[in-house]
Every structure is written in C-alpha cells, then in structure tokens.
Design a protein around this ligand. Structure first.
Ligand SMILES: Cc1cc2nc3c(=O)[nH]c(=O)nc-3n(C[C@H](O)[C@H](O)[C@H](O)COP(=O)(O)OP(=O)(O)OC[C@H]3O[C@@H](n4cnc5c(N)ncnc54)[C@H](O)[C@@H]3O)c2cc1C
Length: 324
C-alpha cells in the first residue's frame, strides 16, 4: 500500500512545532485517500523524538541513521528523503515550510523527478490526487495546485493546519539508504539565539513598523508582547535600519506567519508586508492614519497615536489577566 510521508524537521535536537501540524495533516489526508501514513526522521540520536509521530496519529515511523547525517547537508538529507519515498512507494510527501524544507525538498523533488507545491495552507484529496491551496502573487490570490507526477510533494505553512492530538501505537523501523558525498560541507551552524519566541511558531505576534520612530521605543511593544505571551515582529525597513533583528522581519522577503492574533503597530500595510501575515486568524491594526492600507486587511482597527494606544491597551489587558 502506498503511503503519505510526513518528514520531521528537527533543529538543535528538538521538534519544530510545525512538525505536529504536518503529522496531523498527513494522517488526515491518508485517511481521506485510504493510504497508510509514515513519519520520517533523518539524523542520529533522535530516539526520544520519534514518539511524537504516534501522538499525532502516525502509526509507522521510519528512522534513517547514518554517520553522514551527523551534520546537516541539503544533499544528504534530500537523498535520504528521496530514498525513503521510493522504498515506501510514497504517494505524497509533506514537510513544514521551514528554511530547512526550502533547502532540502526541491532537491528531493528533483531526485524523484516530481514537483513540489511550496507553502500550502490547505489540502484535500481529489480521488488519487491531492489539491493543494497556496497563496500566489504576494498573497493577492489563492491558487489550487495538483501535481500530476508521483509523489505529490508539498510544504505546509506553520499554523495553517491544526495539530490534533490523536495517539496511536507506532512501530519504528530503521532504514539504511545509500547517501551521496555532500557537495557542500557545513562546518559549523551559528544559530542566532535571541532567547525570544520565533515568529513562525508564535500564536500571538506584536509587530512594529516605522511608526515606532526608532529602536529606543520598542519597549512599549515588548511590554505588550510580554503581557500577551507574544513574539515581536517587524516590517522590513525596521530590520533594514537595524532597529530589530532580521529574524523578526515579516513579509514577502521575510518570514511568513499565520498566528491566531497579529497586532500591527505603526505599519502602513504595504502589499509586501501583507504577503507575510494575511493568513493570520485575527488582525488588529493601530495606526494614526485612518486611510492606512493596513486597515483594509484588518479585522479590528484602532485609529490613534500608538504611543498612547499601546501602553493603555497593555494596562487594560493586564487588568483583565489579573497580573497588574
Ligand atoms: C521587493 C520588495 C520587497 C519588500 N519586502 C517587504 C517585506 O517582506 N516586509 C515588509 O514589511 N516590507 C517589505 N517591503 C517594503 C514595503 O514596500 C514597505 O515599504 C514597508 O512595509 C513599509 O514599512 P512600514 O509600514 O513600517 O513603514 P511606513 O510605510 O513608513 O509606515 C509607517 C506607518 O506608521 C504610521 N504611524 C506613524 N507614526 C505613528 C504613530 N505615532 N501612531 C500610529 N501610527 C503611526 C503611519 O501612519 C504609517 O502608516 C518590500 C519592498 C520591496 C520593493
């Protein structure tokens, strides 16, 4: 029986939170298509992480271990995915739309002579095919894509699918594959650790634009983010100016986010920014210009001076949360 393959993305020995969404989406799709579902873990020393697949409805787990996988290389990881897809007769291959997936999955697709739908936000079975929905033209329209070749491959946007806890007993199989000598050898991964929540994994984001006037004013956003348990994000000019780190930059050329709540503060709402946050569930904008385009993309808008609105909002939320 062919299978739906869910590829886990492990960073620093931990699951990316999108993995659980991938597992759930894969299990659901497999159910709709009458196929089995298999999670794939690539790398060494991942025993303690494989149990999560069973927690999210995946009964078959494949682990590919090899000394060549000690250090990340897009070549070897792509080869491992392609080999498992072939060995298991995968009909569909899914992975979270992470930076790693952007590096690895196109290479795996090339090895499998098939196509890849990037950054999908919905999917449904249509007979033996899968119809993926993905934003196109900077989020201006949604396209439906189905892939004629096998396996159909896709990355899924973080937070666009629900991680549904649905435990099943899982069996773990170790699979040996032949791996190529990597053309690029990674000597060291220097990960910036700002100690803050990654915007792609946050449920709430408080995001600031040029309306904040300078980095010295970010404290009011950080205070609100702290009250809400939110991550902080920003528009591109803000990170270009060095007011905030680049990993907070949201938009067409930055990170794409889909939190439950996105609060845009002093952000005008240029199309390139909207492209990165329009799939948020609720969008709240604070801007002193009532004509600012951000209001068209928002569910709730506050027209006012952010330097008055944000501290007042923070105080009110603190009162409601009782941690005044
Ligand atoms: C190829 C390309 C790619 C791009 N990619 C991205 C991207 O990925 N992400 C991105 O964000 N941008 C991107 N941009 C830039 C984009 O076009 C906009 O220039 C940018 O988003 C504007 O940032 P901003 O809203 O912070 O600043 P501005 O457009 O200057 O807006 C500031 C807003 O703050 C409001 N404001 C000012 N003072 C206050 C106050 N006291 N209280 C309340 N409101 C106030 C103003 O009314 C205004 O609406 C890209 C541009 C290009 C050409």
């Amino acid at each position: 029986m062919s299978t739906v393959l869910a590829v886990a993305d492990i960073r620093n020995g931990e699951h990316r939170s999108v993995n659980f969404e991938v597992f759930s989406a894969a299990a659901k799709l497999a159910g709709e298509m009458g196929l089995s579902v298999t999670a794939v873990f690539i790398g060494n020393g991942l025993e303690s992480l494989t149990g999560a697949a069973g927690e999210y409805g995946i009964a078959n787990v494949v682990v590919v271990e090899d000394p060549a996988l000690d250090k990340f290389s897009a070549d070897t990881f792509a080869a491992a995915i392609a080999e498992v897809a072939k060995a298991k007769g995968a009909a569909v291959v899914l992975m979270g739309a992470t930076a790693t997936a952007r590096d690895v999955l196109p290479r795996a697709a090339m090895r499998l002579d098939t196509a890849l739908a990037q950054d999908t936000i919905a999917m449904r079975a249509d007979g033996a095919k899968v119809v993926f929905t993905r934003p196109m033209y900077a989020g201006k329209l949604l396209g439906e894509v189905s892939i004629k070749s096998m396996p159909a491959m896709a990355t899924i946007r973080s937070k666009a699918f629900k991680a549904e806890h649905s435990p099943v007993g899982a069996t773990v199989e170790k699979v040996a594959v032949s791996l190529p000598t990597p053309r690029v050898k990674i000597e060291e991964l220097a990960l910036e650790n700002t100690g803050t929540l990654d915007v792609t994994e946050a449920d709430i984001i408080v995001s600031g634009g040029r309306g904040l006037k300078g980095p010295e004013n970010w404290g009011i956003l950080e205070d609100l983010a702290k009250t809400l348990g939110a991550a902080t994000g920003c528009s591109r000019p803000v990170s270009d100016e060095g007011w905030r780190p680049h990993d907070e930059h949201i938009g067409q050329t930055g990170k794409v986010v889909s939190p439950t709540l996105y609060i845009a503060v002093g952000i005008s709402g240029a199309i390139q920014h909207i492209a990165g946050m329009s799939s948020s569930k609720f969008i709240v904008a604070v801007n002193k210009d009532e004509e600012a385009p951000i209001f068209k993309a928002s569910d709730y808008g506050i027209v006012g001076d952010l330097f008055e609105v944000i501290p007042a909002l923070n105080e009110e939320i603190k009162k409601i949360k009782g941690n005044d």
